[in-house]
Design a protein around this ligand. Structure first.
Ligand SMILES: [Zn+2]
Length: 367
């Protein structure tokens, strides 16, 4: 779509608390009364469509990543004292945060993506940011690397991608409708507190594999069973999400930090490409202090299932980078792998994976 404006009118981006808001205003150079008196509307009469290359829709325009956001322009509207201030959508208050506060994500978010330009784009991005997954934004195939409340976090990820010569973009995104973490209960210090993090959720399905299998559902099933097993063993377990809801990566990490968790285990399923059903197997990731925990979980799953071994690996997953306790991320098999996808469709086999992860956590705690 091409928008043509009459003279004097322009598209104006507003900022709020230093961050651009996710919509645009039509503003005029003249004060409101003069603009109205002139009788011009913002939009020029529509012209017949022309067969020129269509610019991308506004929501996919790359934002300048490094420059500071444009300051709020003093608009003529703001200078007219009789007018109420332009309303900015109020931040919804959390429903009922606990004493320590649930974490609520709201306002404009920043989506870091890499447009898919070839068969290897997903692999190339995952080599840098392993939690990336394939999605579509406004009908365009993209690899989504992350969705962040904080622009600096988005820019850090963006810079990592650019350094790897990937054509990354930062897009404005709507805040998800619900992204409330459960309140953090008071846990006695002598109790071992484990935070289980079921990856993705809500409008973020994670990877989608053979037969339309969705990663978020696998993550939920396995995580719930791990929680149940650990509670039976007397541990206190908190979940970063307890229903099919989207939770910001930073909120997940901060939840574990605030709760004072002793361990953090993020549960995911892997994906590579629908053209590679031959790639199957277990990968367990850590970044720094989680190595022994990763090895305990990994060997327990290999011992108790028939999964292929793709190794214990080190990676800079967001939730591993920003948690302060031993933290691991388990990729419980490939939704794009023929063997693993079949296993994911077998409830008994999925339970085996979950039980083995719980056993690995207990092995770790027994030293
Ligand atoms: Zn995932």
């Amino acid at each position: 779509m091409r928008i043509q404006l009459n003279p004097g009118w322009q598209l104006t981006r507003r900022t709020y608390n230093g961050q651009p808001v996710g919509h645009f205003y039509l503003t005029h150079d003249a004060p409101l009364n003069l603009a109205v008196a002139s009788g011009t509307s913002p939009l020029a009469p529509s012209t017949p469509p022309v067969a020129t290359p269509v610019p991308p829709p506004a929501s996919t325009l790359p934002l300048p990543p490094v420059t500071s956001p444009p300051s709020s322009r003093p608009t003529p509207l703001a200078a007219t004292p009789s007018l109420p201030p332009v309303a900015v959508r109020p931040t919804p208050s959390p429903a009922a945060p606990g004493a320590n506060g649930g974490v609520v994500a709201s306002g404009t978010h920043f989506r870091v993506v890499v447009p898919i330009t070839g068969p290897n784009t997903l692999q190339q991005v995952r080599a840098v940011e392993p939690e990336a997954f394939r999605t579509t934004v406004d009908g365009q195939a993209m690899v989504q690397v992350g969705l962040f409340r904080d622009r600096p976090r988005a820019e850090e990820v963006y810079q990592t991608l650019v350094a790897a010569s990937l054509p990354a973009k930062i897009l404005n995104a709507q805040a998800p409708a619900t992204a409330t973490l459960p309140p953090i209960p008071t846990v006695p210090r002598e109790q071992t507190l484990v935070v289980i993090d079921p990856g993705h959720g809500g409008r973020d399905p994670g990877a989608i594999g053979i037969g339309g299998i969705q990663e978020k559902q696998i993550n939920t099933t396995i995580s719930n069973r791990v929680q149940q097993r650990l509670q039976e063993a007397g541990l206190t377990v908190l979940m970063t999400r307890t229903s099919d809801q989207w939770v910001d990566l930073d909120a997940r990490a901060q939840f574990a930090n605030r709760a004072g968790a002793d361990l953090f285990v993020s549960i995911h399923a892997n994906a590579i490409s629908m053209d590679r059903p031959d790639i199957n197997g277990l990968e367990t990731y850590y970044l720094s202090s989680g190595e022994r925990l990763a090895r305990n979980i990994h060997s327990s799953v290999l011992r108790n299932t028939d999964m292929a071994d793709r190794g214990v690996r080190q990676a800079r997953f967001y939730v591993l980078r920003y948690t302060t306790m031993p933290a691991v991320l388990v990729e419980t098999g490939f939704v794009t792998g023929s063997v693993d996808a079949a296993r994911f469709r077998n409830p008994a086999a999925v339970n085996q994976i979950a039980d083995a992860i719980a056993q690995g956590i207990l092995d770790y705690l027994r030293g």
